[in-house]
Design a binder for this molecule. Structure first.
Ligand code: S3P
Length: 740
């Protein structure tokens, strides 16, 4: 590489300084490395180990040869920085860039100010967030900074050319450079680095002073070792850090000791709920952190946006399959379980991104939730008025259901809140919930054109309303009903067409009376929810992909077990039957207030139909897959009255029309639907627009394709159907997955 630094002078050739020296030398990022150390032995070692080209005992010995393009890196313990700076200021010209690696930035800048009488442009404070418990020049590691972060805290006086040089130097050794204000840096580091060191030192010291310490150390295994590794760090360095960042460390330590005392109290009084609260929240946070560290998101494939499915043509689907739990019901189980009094146990919970986002939101509001563990969740309800203010915005990822239902519930809370989401959710309309909530007296702000974020002012006195919904939306209905729990009387919602009624059913299941007459649902405020048991049936929206797969692929015979067939969700069964599909419902029963059946689908030739308008809200999430069925049918299928599809996770009319046309199918998008001519499906590459249901629909199209179908951007399948790939392969679809 072209060197970004002329001469690098490292003052203090220990782990931090030596590693930068060795790394920059190795990548050819500078022309020469000069080490400065207090002891001749260190200088000799540094040269012998190849860390430096030469090494001297004082900066004054080389200052005369330094100028523009050269960098001095001060890598000594924090409290020694001031003394070093005094020497540097004395002999180093103003053209030389000076930076440091101390863990506290406020004290370093104070030292600069006192030595120079100002903050000179040549000084750019920095802090590489890397290290190990080892110290000394022998510990130098040229790879130490690769994929690590370096925080720089330039001041308004720092010169641009010096900031750029320091940034380029760190980037050259593989680090990512971030800029932060000084106080923010010191607060963040106090909590994330300085506090853990205090605790580790203190724990080991406590045990070491114990009379039985030999035994303690003899039997201490992995936990002790993992937890106390950092107590082997350099004592002088950490002594200095504690003094230099005293106030911020004390603040973090006070928070920690409060929490620890509460935990002590809980252990003493056998308060299981408090203990489980601390442990489950900490586990969730630490698991999330581990995934962040390994560059994974919440669930593995979410952040790897480049997941591509390739489906080989042909095959059929056979066997017995159980698809994961219903997404709508899973969301509601967490919400109502949290608002109930007592412990609610859920089985069959969908461990997909969307429902997990709801779960995390309630944890953020102080609810103790155990699990999920193989679909089992235990929610320690806090009652209708027991939620606490979350520490920051509630991020609900891709999930429209989380955002819209939570908006209703949050409108009734005493605290302010903010809901945010991912790129797709940030484009979706929220005025459909904000408007009725405003009519109820809530103070709500949205982003431009009614898009997220949604900011909700706490403490509003909500009025009951009679709301006539302008669109058939279960999310809007549920939002208003949930706000109605907190209103001053009886709230009524009337829908223009039947939409899924899981909220009403589940509220009844929690002992909260919701009256339903025709299109109207009514509830009175002032009641309470009592904890219950919930068994979540398999999601008919996920089962749909295999129902359509079996319906279009000759030789198929598949049974989907334990699927929810709520009459507000069964449009897909009705529509496929109208098209000629061979579907039988076996073993029909009711589970926890929801009808359930095993759905058997055998191949039969399909024909095109005009989809009855009354089926549209009952199959709203199933249309992408139904469009694939239409492409495989004989004749024309026409859908109208489905403009809602344009505001789902993607514009599902356009996404499907474009993909079908790409595959050689005659498909014509209309403002409120689509016209599809059945005919052969070819091969090609289609875009899912990050929409889980589009991705899965084109995957099953492969069963009838003339060649390979490549579906781009499939990571979001994790939002609703984390086991899709596994089940599709098991059922007989020749699907392979690649991530870039
Ligand atoms: C849902 C309702 C539907 C549906 C969504 C889940 C729910 O949305 O599309 O996937 O759980 O209430 P709308 O209510 O906006 O139609």
């Amino acid at each position: 590489m072209e060197p970004c630094v002329n001469k690098l002078v490292v003052i203090g050739i220990g782990l931090i300084g030596g590693s930068l020296a060795a790394a920059l030398k190795q990548v050819g990022g500078c022309r020469e490395v000069i080490g400065v150390a207090r002891r001749q032995e260190t200088c000799d070692d540094a040269v012998r180990l190849g860390v430096c080209d030469r090494a001297v005992l004082g900066i004054d010995q080389v200052a005369g040869e330094l100028g523009e393009g050269d960098v001095i890196f001060i890598a000594v313990p924090t409290l020694t920085v001031a003394a070093i700076l005094a020497q540097v200021a004395h002999c180093v010209p103003a053209t030389v860039t000076i930076t440091d690696g101390a863990s506290v930035k406020g004290s370093v800048l104070a030292a600069v100010q006192s030595v120079y009488g100002c903050l000179p442009p040549q000084f750019v404070a920095g802090h590489p967030i890397a290290g190990s418990e080892k110290s000394g020049v022998e510990a130098s590691d040229p790879h130490l900074y690769e994929d690590h972060r370096v925080i720089i805290t330039p001041t308004p006086d720092s010169g641009q050319e010096h900031i750029c040089r320091v940034t380029a130097m760190w980037q050259a050794v593989g680090a990512e450079v971030l800029t932060m204000p000084v106080t923010e840096h010191d607060d963040v580091l106090a909590a994330t680095s300085h506090l853990p060191h205090v605790i580790a030192y203190s724990l080991v010291d406590t045990l070491a002073n114990d009379a039985e310490n030999e035994n303690i150390f003899r039997y201490a295994a992995g936990g002790f070792r993992d937890f106390t590794r950092i107590a082997s760090s350099d004592p002088v360095m950490w002594h200095d850090i504690m003094k230099a960042n005293r106030d911020a460390v004390l603040g973090a330590l006070d928070l920690f000791t409060d929490n620890l005392s509460r935990l002590r109290e809980a252990i003493a009084s056998e308060d299981s709920e408090l203990m489980m609260g601390v442990f489950t929240r900490a586990k969730a946070a630490r698991d999330h952190f581990t995934r962040m560290l390994t560059k994974q998101a919440y669930s593995q494939s979410m952040q790897q946006q480049e997941i591509t499915y390739t489906v080989k043509p042909g095959g059929n689907v056979c066997g017995e399959l159980r698809v994961p739990g219903d997404k709508s019901i899973s969301h509601r189980s967490i919400m109502l379980g949290s608002l109930a009094e007592g412990v609610t146990e859920v089985e069959g919970f969908l461990e997909g991104e969307d429902a997990l986002a709801t779960l995390q939101a309630f944890r953020d509001m102080g609810v103790v939730i155990e699990g999920p563990d193989q679909g089992k969740v235990r929610i320690h309800g806090v009652g209708l008025h027991g939620l606490q203010a979350p520490p920051g915005p509630l991020y609900v990822g891709n999930s429209g259901t989380s955002m819209r239902l939570l908006a209703g519930l949050l409108a009734g809370q005493a605290f302010d809140s903010e809901l945010t989401g991912d790129e797709s959710l940030s484009k979706r309309p929220m005025n459909r919930v904000a408007n009725p909530l405003r009519q109820m007296g809530a103070e709500i702000e949205t982003g431009d054109e009614g898009r997220p974020p949604v900011k909700i002012k706490g403490g509003a006195k909500l009025k009951s309303i009679n709301y006539d919904m302008p669109m058939a939306s279960a999310q809007v209905k549920s939002c208003v009903l949930l706000a109605g729990l907190y209103a001053d009387g009886t709230t009524e919602v009337t829908e223009p067409a039947p939409t899924r009624d899981h909220t009403e059913r589940m509220l009844n299941g929690f002992g909260y009376d919701v009256k339903r007459e025709g299109a109207k649902a009514t509830l009175a405020a002032g009641g309470a929810l009592s904890a219950t048991q919930i068994e979540v049936p398999a999601d008919i929206s996920s089962a749909t992909f295999f129902m359509v797969a079996a319906a279009i692929a000759p030789g198929s015979d598949v049974t989907l077990t334990h699927v929810g067939i709520n009459p507000t969700r069964d449009g897909v069964i009705n529509i496929l039957r109208l098209m000629g599909a061979d579907i039988t419902l076996e073993n029909q029963r009711e589970v926890g207030g929801e009808p359930v059946a095993d759905i058997r689908v055998k191949y039969a030739p399909l024909k095109g139909i005009n989809i009855p308008q009354d089926q549209v809200p009952l199959a709203i999430d199933e249309f992408p897959a139904l469009f694939v069925a239409a492409a495989c049918a004989e004749g024309t299928t026409v859908l109208t009255g489905a403009e809602e599809l344009r505001v789902k996770e993607s514009d599902r009319i356009q996404s499907m029309a474009d993909g079908l046309v790409e595959l050689g199918v005659k498909a014509q998008a209309t403002p409120d639907g689509i016209i599809i001519e059945g005919g052969p499906i070819g091969s090609g590459t289609v875009e899912s627009h990050g929409d889980h249901r589009i991705a899965m629909s084109f995957t099953i199209a492969g069963l009838r394709a003339g060649g390979d179908i490549v579906v781009k951007n499939c990571a979001n399948v994790m939002t609703s159907f984390p086991t899709f790939v596994e089940l599709a392969q098991k059922a007989g679809i020749q699907l392979s997955v690649a991530d870039a």
